[in-house]
Design a protein around this ligand. Structure first.
Ligand code: ATP
Length: 823
């Protein structure tokens, strides 16, 4: 289907297969982005089953004639009315009658408007329903589905589901020309319709808790499922340690071990069973028992084994949780319990990642559909590291199937190679932190004394990264040294050698177990250098924020005067502000975003009590607006009485002035005036603590209160240190493991280069003082000196950070430009 300039694209979105957190965020983003880009937006209820059932005669969606191919003009009240198809209540009640008097009975393909999807992205599952459709698997079912789409004039389809659903989408796409031909031959559609709908525009978004789709790092809903699993395991751990028990935890994943693997990595489990990599030994029981015995011999009081529901041995014989329990009880004499997490893993409230990423992916999906031509492939929207990607749907489906095929053929190496690199690195991370080598892996001359230090403010994931580095060191034969309290602690000789067991429970601990300090090494460079010499450090790993970056730069510059600094020095960014230049991700920022989302969800209670309140919520972040901006994309929406995803964001980068405040008041007044009478909602403003020295939270709250008159009231909340979060999020823990391992590999590589130098003292080049960064789709090492070009040293943040674009998206998703009449 190719739209002529006078046709608006009619875009329908459906959710299919097992539900997952984040599906609602996709639907919301697709509908909103679709409307903003001039499309007519529809939803298909109950997945493919809804496509097959279609709309029975007499129950069709209300038709509203809209000017063709016009950008949205929310200024126009009548247009806004047209957008509000269900008064914001549509679809919430399944098939029951709507307050507006319209009924959804017999209607599966439903026109929706802006306010229909209001408040959706904080809700788990899928509000438009999902199903596993037997009918759609048949050619007849797909023929009916094609007819129903053409009948409603829909020319673009966005499918959010797992690998099965996207396989279905791929089949539908491939068959489409023959389906249109059959419909024409049967006289169900006209020649003109056959011509107009000759090509199906289709895009896939991967909504699945299993993270089982190839060619994307992450599927929508998988991070939330991982949150639920880790919460359960964190709770089990205390009882396991108290009674010195073993727990076998069964998690979902019939064909994909991602959840089991990441839960194993994030919780510091003792052993995992995943379908892609069965134990190599002839007896999985012996391999597991040997490992667990070693852990117990080290002094561990608790044992956690995680098993994916599809786990199997190398002969494809299933390994069940009860089998594992019997082995642990009988062979090791451990008091063992089984916990099957079952459907609790499906989600509930989406975590921050499952609000932000599906929103960005939904927007990208609409762009992909608008840009589609008969010659372009149908895309699947994925994620690589921090980048939203488009990959050909047909390739992603084929690669996903080849993983299952490889497992079926017992070609486990191939199965692993077909998983994304993060999966493989996570497995290496798990092995490095759980396995105890009988002999160090490196020869004597390659072994190092490695200092590990936390610099700056505490952040979630610092301890997980330290635990990983310590365990890796011990496995390799290095000696890891904790430097407590940063450079101040070093000067006080507050240093001790770390042990394997000493860091055992650090995975789940928030804050900084080492103690951290903001002081830079230039408090006394000479003494710092002499301590490096005294302790004979061969490398330094600094985990921290902007101060760690500054320290790295200072030490690099000081090498010419102090030979003790001629060693590999690395900085692993960890700060909730995410203000380290160049990197799009710092450890701790995901934990903080989740703390922010939780806080906003709690604020909703006040909003339910008094609907038309504007909450001005102040976040931490220093002179960097990352947390406020990304929080605005993720912040809570309520189900019945909504707080919007934040409608206004104040950041230090943009600042606050009178003109902006005047516009903001104007926006709020217009928006509240548009609300349906009696259904006004709470709205959220997110403000970085240092957005302005003049316009404080109180001042802005007072201005809004005064200006809001009868339309709205205002209140303020300051989240302060609560945003450091308690227990680090699973994503922060998993990334801590992965990045810390890369840091250790970097240190070993650079050390081996130094060892080859004949001159004394050895000379460390500028590349030996570097920061590990995530930039777009790749992990990159950037030398300290190169970082400088991207750093704003005065304001302690990066220049040109990609997240700044999100400010516009926040405004777009609340139609601010349209409401203010700027467009
Ligand atoms: P989850 O990962 O949660 O299991 P999924 O999308 O993989 O989600 P499935 O039950 O495998 O879930 O697929 C969902 C629906 O997609 C099926 O009920 C069916 O309607 C459709 N579908 C799956 N495979 C095909 C196929 N080969 N041809 C046509 N339709 C298919």
């Amino acid at each position: 289907m190719t739209n002529t300039p006078t046709q608006r694209m009619k875009l329908a979105v459906l959710t299919s297969g097992g539900d997952s957190a984040g599906m609602n965020a996709v639907v919301r983003a697709v509908v909103k982005a679709g409307i903003l880009k001039g499309c007519e937006t529809w939803v298909v209820r109950e997945g493919y089953e809804g496509l097959v059932r279609g709309n029975i005669e007499g129950g069709r969606a209300e038709k509203v004639s809209l000017p063709p191919h016009q950008p949205v003009n929310i200024k126009d009240e009548s247009f806004l009315h047209n957008l509000r198809f269900g008064d914001g209540e549509l679809l919430r009640d399944g098939t029951s009658d709507l307050p507006s008097g319209r009924s959804l009975k017999g209607r599966y393909i439903v026109r929706v408007g802006w306010d229909d999807v209001r408040g959706w992205f904080g809700v788990g599952g899928t509000l438009i329903g999902t199903a596993r459709s037997v009918a759609f698997r048949t050619p007849e079912g797909r023929l009916t589905a094609a007819f129903n789409l053409i009948k409603e004039g829909i020319d673009a389809l966005c499918v959010c589901g797992g690998d099965g659903s996207l396989t279905g989408a791929d089949v539908f796409r491939a068959e489409w020309p023959s389906l249109v031909k059959q419909l024409l031959q049967q006289g169900k559609i006209t020649e003109e319709q056959a011509k107009t709908y000759a090509h199906l525009k289709i895009v896939g978004l991967v909504g699945s808790i299993d993270n089982d789709m190839s060619m994307t790092d992450m599927t929508i809903g998988a991070p939330t499922a991982l949150h639920r699993i880790c919460e359960s395991i964190d709770n089990i751990e205390s009882t396991a340690a108290s009674h010195s028990r073993a727990f076998v935890v069964e998690v979902m994943g019939r064909h994909c071990g991602w959840l089991a693997l990441m839960a194993g990595v994030s919780s510091g489990a003792d052993f995992i069973f995943i379908p892609e990599r069965p134990p190599k030994a002839d007896s999985w029981a012996d391999e597991m028992c040997e490992m667990i015995q070693k852990h117990r011999a080290m002094g561990k009081r608790k044992t956690i084994v995680i098993v994916a529901e599809g786990a199997q041995d190398k002969d494809l014989k299933p390994i069940r949780a009860d089998d594992i329990k019997d082995v642990l009880s009988d062979k090791l004499g451990l008091d063992t319990r089984v916990t099957t997490l079952g459907h609790t893993q499906r989600g509930g409230r989406p975590c921050a990642y499952d609000r932000i990423m599906p929103t960005l992916q939904g927007v990208e999906a609409v762009d992909a559909l608008l840009e589609a031509t008969p010659d372009t492939p149908s895309y699947m929207i994925g994620i690589q590291e921090n980048k939203i990607t488009r990959v050909p749907l047909v390739d992603a489906v084929a690669m996903t199937h080849s993983v299952a095929k490889a497992i079926g053929e017992k070609d486990f190496e191939k199965a692993m190679s077909l998983r994304d690199p993060e999966f493989i690195e996570a497995l290496e991370g798990f092995n490095a932190t759980s396995q105890i080598a009988s002999e160090p892996r490196l020869p004597h001359h390659a072994r190092m004394r490695i200092a590990i230090m936390h610099v700056g403010a505490p952040a979630g994931g610092m301890n997980a990264a330290t635990r990983t580095a310590v365990r890796y060191c011990i496995r390799q034969g290095h000696k890891p040294f904790a430097v407590h309290n940063g450079f101040v602690g070093l000067l006080d000789d507050n240093v001790h050698e770390m042990t394997w067991l000493g860091v055992d429970s650090w995975m789940t601990r928030g804050g900084s177990e080492l103690g951290t300090n903001r002081k830079l090494p230039d408090i006394d460079l000479g003494s710092v250098a002499s301590k490096f010499q005294q302790w004979n450090f061969h490398a330094l790993l600094m985990i921290g924020g902007f101060e760690a970056f500054s320290s790295l730069f200072i030490l690099d510059q000081a090498r010419k005067n102090y030979p003790a600094f001629n060693i590999p020095i690395v900085h692993l960014p960890a700060t909730l502000s995410n203000n380290v230049p160049l990197t799009e991700f710092s450890l701790g920022s995901d934990t903080s975003l989740n703390a922010l989302v939780d806080a906003c969800d709690a604020i909703k209670q006040s909003a339910s009590a008094s609907r038309n309140r504007v909450f001005i919520v102040e976040t931490q972040g220093g002179k960097c607006g990352y947390l406020a901006t990304m929080g605005a994309l993720a912040a809570s929406k309520l189900r019945m009485i909504d707080i919007t995803g934040a409608c206004i964001v104040y950041t230090p980068e943009i600042g606050i002035n009178l003109d902006k405040l005047r516009d903001d008041v104007k926006y709020l007044k217009k928006r509240y005036a548009m609300d349906v009478k009696g259904k006004s909602e709470g709205r959220l403003v997110l403000k970085s603590e240092e957005a302005s020295t003049v316009y404080s939270n109180k001042t802005i709250t007072d201005i809004f209160k005064e200006e809001g008159g009868k339309l709205f009231d205002s209140r303020s909340a300051s989240l302060g240190h609560t945003l450091q979060g308690g227990i680090p999020s699973p994503l922060d823990r998993a990334r801590a493991v992965r990045l810390a391992l890369k840091c250790m590999a970097f240190i070993e590589e650079k050390h081996s280069i130094l060892l080859k130098q004949s001159q004394k003292p050895r000379h460390a080049g500028p590349d030996m003082a570097a920061v590990i960064t995530i930039q777009g789709s790749s992990v990159q090492w950037v030398p300290a000196q190169e970082m400088l070009a991207s750093a704003d040293l005065v304001n302690r943040r990066g220049l040109n950070e990609p997240w700044k674009k999100m400010t516009h998206l926040v405004e777009a998703l609340v139609a601010r430009p349209q409401i203010l009449g700027e467009r």
